[in-house]
Design a protein around this ligand. Structure first.
Ligand code: GRF
Length: 215
């Protein structure tokens, strides 16, 4: 079975990239990472790609349009069929978003449409929400917008600070992103009216209460 060829764009740590690398290490996983691109030559994620033997490049970002053209060329050359943003911290040029429409996904550390943009975990703490989480979505040109593919929820605990909440959300991200890429690779996502239907996916059961209903 041919695996879906995925390009990944990063800017930093690359822990979500690592989660995808780890998932793809299983030959039964229906996707493989063919190229990792960073706008930042010092990104730790580039070393993760190197260790995994995955082609990788650091591309300069003189302007949005120049980066988009170079990234687009590199992705096409590597035969990428899907592009996954994993902690990519620059806004992508509209031309890139249009060229990869419905083949470009992102992960964001909030339950979108709440708390788009920077510091989502701080925004969640500031708003006093009791449940936070993460979202994988198709990318449209407005920041952190686009049809939602999958979400995972975690409780916000009374003594949380930004770091502890971010850690809890990140652990969920590392499970959610490989799952969402798998669903895409299996051809199970249908977008209509800017909403995503997932073929043959049972909804999660149960209710996450916070505080616990035992309170
Ligand atoms: C993650 O929280 C992701 O949701 C957000 O940026 C962070 C990237 O972390 N878009 P990492 O580089 O994957 O470790």
């Amino acid at each position: 079975m041919a695996r879906l060829r995925v390009g990944v764009l990063i800017s930093g740590r690359g822990s979500n990239l690592q989660a995808l690398i780890d998932a793809a290490a299983d030959p039964r996983y229906p996707a493989e990472i063919v190229h990792v691109i960073s706008n930042n030559a010092a990104a730790a994620g580039l070393a993760r790609a190197e260790r995994a033997g995955i082609a990788h490049s650091a591309l300069p970002h003189p302007s949005r349009a120049a980066f988009a053209a170079a990234a687009d060329a590199a992705l096409r050359q590597s035969g990428a069929e899907l592009v996954a943003l994993a902690g990519f911290m620059r806004i992508l040029d509209d031309s890139f978003v249009a060229a990869w429409r419905d083949r470009l996904i992102n992960i964001h550390p909030s339950l979108l449409p709440a708390f788009p943009g920077l510091h989502a975990q701080r925004q969640a703490l500031g708003a006093g929400v009791k449940i936070a989480g993460c979202t994988v979505h198709f990318v449209r040109s407005a920041v952190d917008s686009g049809p939602i593919i999958a979400q995972a929820a975690v409780p916000v605990l009374v003594d949380d600070d930004v770091e502890s909440l971010a850690r809890r959300i990140l652990a969920a991200e590392h499970r959610l992103y490989p799952m969402a890429v798998r669903l895409y690779a299996e051809g199970r996502l249908r977008i209509s009216d800017d909403r995503v239907a997932i073929l043959g996916a049972p909804a999660a059961a149960g209710v996450l209460f916070n505080p616990s209903p035992a309170c």
